[in-house]
Structures are given as C-alpha cells and as structure tokens.
Design a protein. Structure first.
Length: 266
C-alpha cells in the first residue's frame, strides 16, 4: 500500500512540474501572423470527451498585466477564477445542457490585444483545440474591455465569428471603430457591460457603445452598475455572482451562431 501511495504522489508531483507555475492552465504561443506569435495561457476542462467540441472564451487582460510574464494574467479576470479553483462552466438556459469552456488568455507586452490580432488567434486556437465554433465568446476588463469592443467592430469577418461578449469598464474606442457598430447589429452580438458608478470616464464609454449599438438594433446590450470605481471585476467573474438566476458564463451560453466557422487558411 505504501508503494502505491508513493507512486501516486510521484505522479502528482510530475504533473505539477510539467504544468509549472501556470497550473491548472498551460502556457502556449498563439500565432497572430505567419511570423509572429503571442504568449498565452490556455485552460482545457477536465474529462474532455473525444469528438466533443467546447465553447471558447477568449479573455483579454488590462493594461497593468501587460508585459512578458504570463503569470501576471492570474491577477484578475477569468484566469484568476481558474487559479482559485473555480470551474468555468455553465448550464445553458436554452437547452439545459452543461457546457465546459476552453479558456484562452493572451498576453500583450503593452496595453492589451489589438483587434487585428484576434482573427488569426481564433484560427490558430480552432486548429489546435476542439472548439465549438458556434460558441466563441470574448471578455475583458479595462484595456481588455477595449480589446473586446474593438474586436467586435473591427471587420465583418471577425464580427461574424463572435457569439456574445462580457465587457467590463472598457477604455474608449478609436473613432473608426465607434462608427462600426452596425457590424454588432448585423451579426447579432449580445454584450453584458459592467462598470462602477464612480467610474465616470469608463461609464461614459459604455453609454456611448450601448447607444451606438441601439442605433442599429435594440435589445443587444445589458448593463450592470455597481458601487465603486475602476475596480472589482473579480466580483463578477466569479461563477457565484448571478443576476436573474444566471452568472456571466450561463448568460453567454444563451447565444450562439447558427453556423460553424471553419479555421481560416493563412
């Protein structure tokens, strides 16, 4: 029996060493062009079934996380929830099925992920992991919220891949992107926004984005105002936070594309 315990401990230690400081996520490199890549952390759920495909949650960090150390990604957002042992999954209210997310959190050396990199990232991820391409979701906070809002208004090809978003306290969009919310309406992209009541600049950004969306289609946005300023995002990334009986992951699962997107050739 002692030998069995020793072997089990050895296997556990070996797995921990293989995963390194990023467990339960793993560090990978994602292509953004034919010649360039970005570091990222990826989480794949336990007990993945061969042949089954999983929703993808692409999670963008804030400016303070930017740099060359992927471990900083764990300080906030979805990655923090994973590091603290929470499961990123949810039961869809539309079909009653449990969905477990594959989560990818890319790292930029400055600011956060620019929209021109997102399409290539998605194509690379889809080639390497069993992604349900009708269920591609984006989330981010602060500069990462800018990444989300920029991605969904970048161009038709990228907007067509996004099912829904959760955007927290986003930085302001560049003017050309602010004028392209017709893409959000055309591709029926729902967004749940979060911002603090004392976070005036970022609250104005959200109002502008919601108004720009409503100009083309009603009912695509949801807003949560919370007491505070530019902070507190973990309070809403935790699966324990619910509104109308749903956390953000269950809310995302209400929405999907009606067609699957094949990986784009590069």
């Amino acid at each position: 029996m002692m030998l069995g315990n020793v072997l089990a401990l050895a296997m556990t230690l070996t797995a921990a060493l293989q995963d390194g400081p990023y467990a339960p996520m793993k560090k990978i490199d994602i292509k953004v062009t034919q010649w360039q890549s970005r570091q990222a952390l990826v989480y794949t759920p336990e007990g993945m079934v061969p042949g089954e495909r999983y929703p993808l949650l692409l999670a963008f960090h804030g400016r303070s996380i930017a740099g060359t150390d992927p471990a900083k990604i764990f300080k906030e957002g979805v990655a923090k929830q994973i590091k603290e042992g929470r499961k990123i999954e949810g039961v869809s209210k539309t079909d009653g099925k449990l969905y477990k997310f594959i989560v990818v959190a890319p790292l930029e050396e400055s600011w956060s992920t620019p929209p021109q990199n997102v399409n290539a990232m998605l194509s690379d991820i889809i080639k390497r992991y069993p992604i349900d391409t009708t269920r591609i979701y984006l989330t981010g906070y602060s500069a990462g919220g800018w990444s989300v809002e920029s991605a969904k208004t970048h161009d038709d090809a990228l907007s067509s891949r996004i099912a829904a978003c959760v955007t927290m306290s986003p930085a302001s969009l560049d003017t050309p992107y602010q004028k392209r919310f017709r893409l959000v309406a055309a591709h029926n992209i729902h967004t749940w926004y979060f911002v603090g009541t004392n976070d005036d600049y970022f609250r104005d950004n959200i109002k502008r984005n919601m108004d720009s969306t409503a100009r083309y289609a009603k009912g695509l946005t949801k807003l949560t105002l919370y007491p505070g300023a530019h902070c507190c995002w973990s309070s809403f990334y935790t699966p324990k936070y619910r509104e109308n009986g749903m956390n953000i992951y269950e809310w995302l699962l209400q929405y999907k594309k009606t067609y699957a997107i094949k990986p784009k050739k590069r």
